[in-house]
Design a binder for this molecule. Structure first.
Ligand code: TXA
Ligand code: MG
Length: 343
C-alpha cells in the first residue's frame, strides 16, 4: 500500500512520515521544480535497487543525487573545479545537475557503475523540506515508468506509479516541466549532456565556454551519448510521433495533408502546435502554448493527453533550437524517435 499525501492537506507531521519512509530505505515520490522525482536513500544500495525496480529502468543508467545544502556536495564528490563552484553558487538551488568525480561513499549502484556522480540541489519547497527531514542525500530519477514522458502533474504520478512505491507526495504542477540541465564538470571545458531550462547561454555568462555533447546534435539515434540515459527510447507516448519542420506555410499544409491521409486510412490523428496556430489544423489539435516557457511546461502533459484521447499518430510543429528551445526540441525529437519530416 502506498502512503499518499496531497499538497492540500500538507502538514509537517505528514511530510515527516514520508521522510521517515526514505530514512527506512523505502521509495517516495515527491514534486520538484522540474518534474516529479522517485526518491530513495542515495547511499543505500538496497534502497536504490528499489528505484530501478519501480521504474523498470536499466541499471546502467545512473541516478541524480539530490541534496539539501551546498556543503553536502563535498561529502559526495571530489576534484570540484572553480567553474563547478561558480555554477553551484549562481544556479543552486535550481534546475541544474553537476557531474563530478564521486567519492567512495556513493555506491556504484547509484552512479550506474561510473566513477562520477550527478548532484542537484532542487529549489522546490516540498522537495527541499523532505530532503532536509530525511537527513540523507536522495537519489531521484524522474518518477515515470522507464521510457514514458516524465511526470509534471500530480495526476501523472498517481495514475502511473501508485502501488509501485512506498510513498507519494502530490504537490500540484511542476514549474519548468522539463528535467534539469545536466553538465559534466569532469573535464576542462564543461559539457552539457542534457539541455534544460538553464541554457548554454545562461551558463556561458557565468563560466565562459561550454560545449554541447556532440551526439545531441546528430539527427540519428544517439547511441554514443555521454549521459547513459540519453541513449534509451524516451518520453514516448503510445502514439507514433512525427515532427514536421520547414517554413510556416509549408508546415501548415504538410501537416494538414498528413492528417487527411491518415484519417482516410481510418487512423485517429493528433496535432501539437503553437496555441496561436490551432485554428490552422484539423484532427485532435492541442496547443502547447505560445512561449518557449509554456511549451516546456506543457509538453509532457500534452504527450500523455494524446494517449488519453487514443490517437494513433501525432504530428508536431518543430520549434527553434535557440535558448530553451534546445531542451524542448531534445525531448520532442526523442519522443518522436528521431522521425522528422521536411515540409
Ligand atoms: O530534473 C531532474 O533532473 C529530475 C528531477 C527528479 O530532479 N531527475 C531526472 O533524473 O531527470 P533522471 O534519472 O530521469 O535523469 C538523469 C540523467 C540521465 O540521462 C542519466 O543518464 C544522467 O542524468 N546521468 C546521471 N548520472 C550521470 C553520470 N554520472 N554521468 C553522466 N550522466 C549521468
Ligand atoms: Mg527520466
Amino acid at each position: 500500500i502506498t502512503r499518499v499525501l496531497d499538497i492540500d492537506n500538507i502538514n509537517l507531521n505528514e511530510l515527516d512520515k514520508q521522510a521517515q519512509l526514505l530514512r527506512e530505505g523505502k521509495t517516495v515520490i515527491f514534486p520538484t521544480e522540474t518534474v516529479y522525482g522517485l526518491g530513495a536513500n542515495a547511499l543505500d544500495e538496497q534502497a536504490v535497487k528499489k528505484i530501478y525496480e519501480a521504474k523498470g529502468r536499466p541499471s546502467d543508467n545512473p541516478l541524480i543525487v539530490h541534496i539539501y545544502k551546498k556543503e553536502e556536495v563535498y561529502e559526495l564528490a571530489k576534484d570540484i573545479s572553480k567553474k563547478a563552484e561558480d555554477v553551484m553558487q549562481r544556479f543552486w538551488p535550481g534546475p541544474i545537475t553537476l557531474i563530478l568525480n564521486k567519492k567512495n561513499i556513493v555506491p556504484y549502484k547509484t552512479s550506474g557503475g561510473l566513477d562520477t556522480v550527478a548532484i542537484r540541489m532542487p529549489s522546490h519547497k516540498i522537495a527541499r523540506e523532505i530532503i532536509r527531514m530525511a537527513g540523507i542525500p536522495i537519489a531521484a530519477p524522474s518518477a515515470n515508468i522507464s521510457g514514458r514522458p516524465s511526470p509534471t502533474k500530480a495526476e501523472h504520478v498517481y495514475e502511473e506509479m501508485n502501488e509501485r512505491v512506498d510513498g507519494i507526495v502530490l504537490g500540484g504542477d511542476c514549474d519548468f516541466g522539463l528535467e534539469s540541465t545536466v553538465v559534466d564538470f569532469t573535464s576542462e571545458i564543461p559539457m552539457i549532456l542534457r539541455p534544460g531550462s538553464i541554457t548554454k547561454e545562461d551558463l556561458e555568462k557565468v563560466i565562459g565556454n561550454v560545449i554541447l555533447d556532440p551526439s545531441l546534435e546528430k539527427k540519428e539515434d544517439n547511441k554514443k551519448a555521454k549521459a547513459p540515459g540519453m541513449k534509451y527510447t524516451h518520453y514516448s507516448p503510445n502514439a507514433d510521433v512525427y515532427i514536421v519542420s520547414g517554413k510556416k506555410e509549408d508546415v501548415f499544409q504538410k501537416i494538414n495533408n498528413l492528417v487527411v491521409e491518415n484519417q482516410e486510412k481510418g487512423l485517429k490523428v493528433g496535432v501539437m502546435c503553437l496555441s496561436q496556430n490551432k485554428k490552422m489544423y484539423s484532427g485532435e489539435v492541442i496547443g502547447l502554448g505560445n512561449t518557449l516557457e509554456e511549451i516546456a511546461r506543457n509538453l509532457f502533459d500534452v504527450l500523455r493527453e494524446m494517449d488519453k484521447i487514443g490517437v494513433d499518430r501525432v504530428y508536431s510543429e518543430a520549434f527553434t533550437t535557440e535558448g530553451l528551445g534546445q531542451a524542448i526540441m531534445n525531448r520532442l525529437v526523442k519522443s518522436a524517435g528521431y522521425k522528422i519530416i521536411k515540409a
